[in-house]
Design a protein around this ligand. Structure first.
Ligand SMILES: [Mg+2]
Length: 129
């Protein structure tokens, strides 16, 4: 079985590092990092990932717009997207689900079992335990 490619879209370096640390503990993924929505859309166009973690508030292009554009691509229509939500932004969870995301995760991402559960559900594959 080939390695699953995960696209991480997050402008905050600390949050990105924490999530990457979790992902590397969970499985042997091919991880691609981008810092804004425009880079994310380009990454999906050039080499579609199996799963996307999408921050919502970012410079250049935010996660809402990036999700909309990814969903409009043939390559991006069915890629699972997990929104990364900030605790201060109440209501973003439901808004994300209503706007093309499959799931959401509150930042900072500190609970590895929660990340594992969401990845297993959305990728349909077992991870390293
Ligand atoms: Mg951000």
């Amino acid at each position: 079985m080939s390695r699953k490619r995960i696209l991480v879209v997050e402008d905050n370096e600390d949050n990105r590092r924490i999530l990457l640390y979790r992902l590397r503990k969970i499985g042997d993924f091919d991880i691609v990092e981008t810092e804004n929505g425009a880079e994310a859309v380009a990454a999906v166009e050039s080499n579609p990932p199996d799963l996307i973690f999408m921050d919502l508030k970012m410079p250049v292009m935010d996660g809402w717009e990036a999700t909309r554009r990814i969903r409009a691509l043939d390559a991006g229509r069915s890629i699972p997207i997990i929104a990364l939500t900030a605790q201060a932004m109440a209501g973003d969870e439901q808004k994300a689900l209503a706007n093309g995301c499959n799931d959401y995760l509150a930042k900072p991402v500190v609970d590895p079992s929660l990340v594992r559960e969401k990845i297993e559900r959305l990728l349909g594959t077992a991870t390293r335990h």
